[in-house]
Design a binder for this molecule. Structure first.
Ligand code: GBH
Length: 461
């Protein structure tokens, strides 16, 4: 890629100058992606239907009726996309494997062509000196398993184990860095409580069942990787947002604690042996309806690292009449002092990443953190072969400064992965919010490295 280096806005005034060296020589730099959001080829070479195929093909679920049938066509373009990643001077590619590509029915006979695809992706990374960092599950459950209840059915522990064994035995010789789940809260909350994501189910009971089986698989996945892969570096990821009270800490305290528990602490606490944080969110008592003898012990696993995924912060306001949560998150435009809001309607709040790094590092047994996702979506305009996404450059610089601040205070942060390599399918929001360092023209599959990508290329030189 022979674009002129990024010039201009070399540093924001409100952040100290950053250099790659500040982060240390072993610090990992990369991007994160997810199978459904980039691969396309939704029904090719024997791939089975996933809950996201079903959900996006259901009328009214996704903005403008869009879907990931083709997405970035990464199934066919991986070679050039990985070359672009390499050209940005990054050395980590985080991606997820699509369960229904390798096990079309979720369990049973593997699909060799699906397995071959990830061999090609992994080999292409290794040839280029890029470390492959797969995540076992980034939200695309096989539809055949959803038909049997999906995450609500305790059998998912066996289904997931079969899948995790297949993947780690197949690639474990070549791949040493692994993650189990992507943001369990996001898919159980949005998918089984609010119905805004696949499979579009609502209700506290469904949610409680999905939560317990997810927490179980989170730890079980860790054990399976440890078993099958020698010298593995094993993690799992969490979505997390710093939470502030709307007005007074005192009045809004109840709402703040409940949202903090739901969004941040309900999956890490059982993992580190603290049980489900029912005190912080009483509705979690329903989770115990699904807990069997010996389960609480099985929720624990000693991960080598915890993946932190942060984008924004939340502000909670007490409202007694709101069921379960006793309050709501206040939208950014109603908060005081908000300067910038992204296309996702998320407040730009760089200090938040510092706060969540501190919060998660304080849990017992957490050895290392890696920022496995951070990024932003703004309106991008193409000008010839350039995309001047100044707001995104600015966002990255300020968030990185806060990651460095945490690191300087002694928090063990081992790496930083941008969300994301190229514009892709943003779930229920469709294609409009673009998060890439690289612009995707979805008509032609042309890629253009944005100024943010060029900034990283210079920064990591
Ligand atoms: C990530 O989600 C995803 O991993 C990625 O696939 C996505 O494209 C990217 O960010 C950009 O959106 O149900 O009330 O608990 C991060 C954003 C944060 C959204 C947590 C859902 C939980 C809402 N997620 N949030 S709730």
């Amino acid at each position: 890629m022979s674009l002129a280096p990024y010039k201009g806005l070399s540093q924001m005034i409100d952040s100290p100058p950053l250099t790659k060296q500040d982060f240390g020589k072993d610090f990992l730099w990369g991007v994160a992606t997810a199978a459904y959001q980039i691969e396309g080829a939704w029904n090719q070479d024997g791939k089975g239907e996933s809950i996201w195929d079903r959900f996006t093909h259901t009328k009214g679920k996704i903005k403008r009726g869009e879907n990931g049938d083709v997405a970035c066509d990464f199934y066919h373009t991986y070679e050039t996309d990985l070359a672009i990643l390499k050209s940005l001077n990054m050395n980590v590619f985080r991606f997820s494997t699509a369960w229904s590509r390798v096990l079309p029915q979720g369990i049973g006979t593997p699909n060799q062509k699906g397995l071959d695809f990830y061999h090609r992706v992994i080999d292409s990374c290794l040839e280029k000196g890029i470390q492959p960092w797969p995540t076992l599950y980034h939200w695309d459950l096989p539809q055949a398993l959803q038909d049997k209840g999906g995450w609500m059915n305790r059998d998912v522990i066996n289904w997931f184990s079969e899948y995790a064994n297949l993947i780690t035995k197949t690639y474990g010789d070549k791949v040493k860095n692994w993650m189990v789940l992507n943001e369990p809260m996001a898919y159980s909350g949005l998918g089984y409580l609010l119905g805004y994501h696949a499979p579009g189910i609502r209700g506290v009971k469904h949610f409680a069942a999905a939560v317990h089986h997810t927490a179980y698989c989170q730890a079980e996945g860790g054990r399976i990787i440890r078993n099958n892969v020698s010298n593995a570096n094993i993690g799992t990821t969490f979505s997390c947002s710093h939470i502030a009270p709307w007005k007074s800490e005192e009045r809004d305290h109840v709402a703040m604690t409940r949202w903090d528990t739901l969004l941040n602490t309900m999956y890490i606490e059982p993992l580190v042996g603290m049980g489900y944080p029912v005190k912080g969110l009483p509705m979690l008592k329903h989770v115990y309806d699904y807990v069997k003898d010996g389960d609480m012990e099985k929720l624990k696993f000693d991960f080598d690292f915890i993946g932190i995924q942060n984008y924004t912060r939340e502000v909670a306001k007490y409202m007694w009449f709101i069921p379960y949560m006793r309050g709501l998150e206040i939208p950014p435009k109603r908060r005081k002092g908000v300067k910038e809001i992204t296309l996702m309607n998320w407040e730009v709040y760089p200090e938040g990443i510092y706060e969540v790094l501190k919060k998660f590092a304080a849990y017992p047994g957490v050895k290392k953190l890696i920022v496995t996702e951070n990024g932003s979506s703004f309106e991008d305009f193409v000008l010839g072969d350039r995309v001047h996404d100044t707001a995104r450059v600015n966002y990255y610089q300020r968030y990185l400064a806060q990651v460095l601040r945490a690191k300087k205070e002694g928090i063990n942060v081992g790496g930083y992965f941008c969300w994301t390599l190229m514009d892709n399918f943003e779930w229920s929001e469709g294609f409009r919010p673009r998060f890439g360092l690289v612009y995707t023209d979805f008509e032609t599959q042309r890629r253009i490295i944005k100024d943010s990508g060029l900034w990283f290329r210079e920064f990591l030189k």
